[in-house]
Design a protein around this ligand. Structure first.
Ligand SMILES: Nc1ncnc2c1ncn2[C@@H]1O[C@H](COP(=O)(O)OP(=O)(O)O)[C@@H](O)[C@H]1O
Ligand SMILES: [Mg+2]
Length: 245
């Protein structure tokens, strides 16, 4: 397993949010986490890269355990794409992408610039490289943030509802970039309710509820014949929304 997550637990006060979640991604796999709001999906992603410290459990990336000591180094190759993009608003698109390789990785300026431009090309934004975030649409901003993640040449990318802050007409461009990444062999763990993305790109759907994984399996199984009534109810509603009925 490239990413191995074992028995992650997290409470806030007396409330148990994650009740021991385990999952694994082998190299090149994409998995999509779905489940009702408040179920602990974001908390799980944040615990995986210790943005939120878990109370218990372990995370291994490429065989090495994440610890407080190596977390900065590990985060360089365990990228995170946020719901609300998190771009530096005072920096142009290309500088947002260049800053990681240059300042964190220590790449030469020219080399980091070339890499940043290459990654912007990959998300279809070479022509907007010199725009500031405020001059870009939400879909373009999210694509810049994906380019920023790619520029760190990560082993795994975690996405937390990358299209849920976008107007519906802008989700398609982000989903198509993500589907292409999955097809290119990127290893991705994606919290998303985009049924089309899950069908096209996910090797497995993980259904979470109440701080635990209720069920997981390939989309062909989960969308057609889920084992649990709760999974069926949830995915049925999503399917109807997707068809606009
Ligand atoms: N920093 C926090 N402090 C207290 N409670 C939190 C915090 N972050 C999340 N929670 C609670 O944890 C639960 C799970 O949240 P979250 O992981 O964001 O769910 P999801 O992403 O599935 O919607 C929610 O009840 C939320 O209110
Ligand atoms: Mg969330």
């Amino acid at each position: 397993m490239l990413l191995q997550v074992e028995n992650i637990q997290k409470s806030y006060g007396d409330t148990e949010i994650l009740k021991g979640v385990s999952l694994g991604l082998s190299r090149g796999q994409s998995k999509v986490i779905m489940g009702p709001s408040g179920t602990g999906k974001s908390t799980l992603l944040r615990c995986i890269n210790h943005l939120t410290p878990p109370d218990g459990g372990r995370v291994f990336l490429d065989g090495e355990e994440l610890t407080q000591k190596n977390i900065n180094k590990m985060r360089e190759v365990l990228a995170f794409v946020f719901q609300d993009f998190n771009l530096f608003t005072h920096l142009r698109a290309i500088d947002n992408v260049q800053i990681g390789p240059e300042k964190i990785r220590g790449m030469k300026k020219k080399e980091a610039r070339d890499l940043a431009l290459h990654e912007l090309e990959r998300v279809g934004l070479a022509d907007r490289a010199h725009a500031y975030p405020a001059e870009l649409s939400g879909g373009q901003q999210q694509r810049v943030s994906i380019a920023r993640a790619l520029a760190m040449q990560p082993k795994v990318i975690l996405f937390d509802e990358p299209t849920s802050a976008l107007d519906p007409e802008l989700t398609g461009e982000v989903i198509s970039v993500m589907s292409q990444l999955a097809a290119d062999g990127m290893t991705m763990l994606v919290v998303s309710h985009e049924v089309n993305f899950a069908r096209q790109a996910a090797d497995e759907i993980i259904f979470m509820e109440g701080g635990e994984i209720l069920e997981q399996g390939p989309p062909s199984k989960m969308f057609v014949d889920p084992q649990h009534k709760r999974t069926r109810q949830f995915l049925d509603v999503l399917g109807h929304e997707e068809r606009g009925s």
